[in-house]
Write a protein that binds this ligand. Structure first.
Ligand code: ZN
Length: 268
């Protein structure tokens, strides 16, 4: 009996050792990727297609480029409906997705392996909306699906509050705990405030959307709490000053979660 337990303990220690070894190797590889020099073409794509980049403080710009290297090395991009994947596509999508990782301890959307890219709006018979097309999707533990046309348009306009890449990757963060419920992994101490502010603001948008009253947030956020979180994340990065002015409590909640305060970034 005791030999049996000895074997079990031995196996556990070995498995744990292998796990630790792989984890530290991965961390070292990421560190190396993070410090690579960014190719000139990559920087050109980001400067041309990711307008928010220009507003970022220098240290966050550097951090973003480091994240882009890791993201591009670790994620697999597939082109669909005739679209061929290029470095411009990889880098433009990576840079927008990695905006959500700035200033935080990150594991780079660990459940996400593949990003499927279509040339424009795509059809998905399982997820048909009223317009019959989709600009983006984020599956639980599955791929993110994006329209390249909309990913580039959303990136080039940094101030209209619409960004399909930020939207879909906010879903990825929300889904890290296994549930698409509009509540990402947050500090336990902040849970009460989070639920209180979120549900109040979500209900208020629902009422406004129903009555077709003017709302700062896109009505699409009234669909459900998961869409609400994705939509307010778009507004947070693209229209931070108005957001802070109109919904200060909610804005603070996101500053606390995303660990950045975009309203303080230099804007025209
Ligand atoms: Zn969504």
């Amino acid at each position: 009996m005791s030999t049996f337990y000895l074997y079990v303990a031995l196996i556990l220690v070995t498995v744990f050792g292998i796990y630790r070894y792989h984890k530290s190797r991965k961390a070292k590889k990421r560190q190396l990727l993070f410090t690579l020099d960014t190719p000139k073409e990559w920087l050109n794509y980001i400067e041309k297609n990711v307008a928010i980049y220009h507003f970022l403080p220098k240290d966050l710009q550097r951090e973003l480029l480091g994240h882009v290297h890791v993201f591009v090395a670790e994620k697999y991009f597939t082109g669909h409906a005739g679209l061929e994947i290029t470095d411009e596509i990889r880098v433009t999508i990576a840079a927008q997705a990695c905006l959500l990782l700035l200033n935080r301890n990150t594991n780079y959307f660990p459940h996400l392996k593949t990003i499927r890219v279509y040339p424009g709006g795509f059809k998905n018979p399982k997820h048909e909306d009223k317009l019959g097309h989709h600009l983006g999707e984020s599956w639980l533990r599955g791929p993110v699906v994006l329209s390249w046309n909309d990913a580039i348009e959303g990136g080039q306009d940094a101030e209209d509050g619409r960004n399909v890449v930020i939207h879909e990757f906010a879903h990825q963060l929300d889904q890290l705990d296994g549930a698409a419920d509009g509540r990402p992994l947050i500090n336990h101490a902040h849970l009460k405030t989070w639920s209180k502010v979120m549900s109040k603001e979500f209900k208020s948008l629902r009422v406004k959307a129903k009555l077709r009253n003017h709302a700062f947030f896109d009505y699409y956020g009234a669909t459900n709490p998961a869409e609400f979180f994705a939509v307010i994340s778009e507004h947070f990065y693209e229209q931070p000053k108005t957001f802070r002015e109109k919904h200060p409590d909610l804005y603070e909640l996101l500053v606390d979660y995303y660990k950045v305060d975009p309203a303080t970034w230099l804007r025209n």
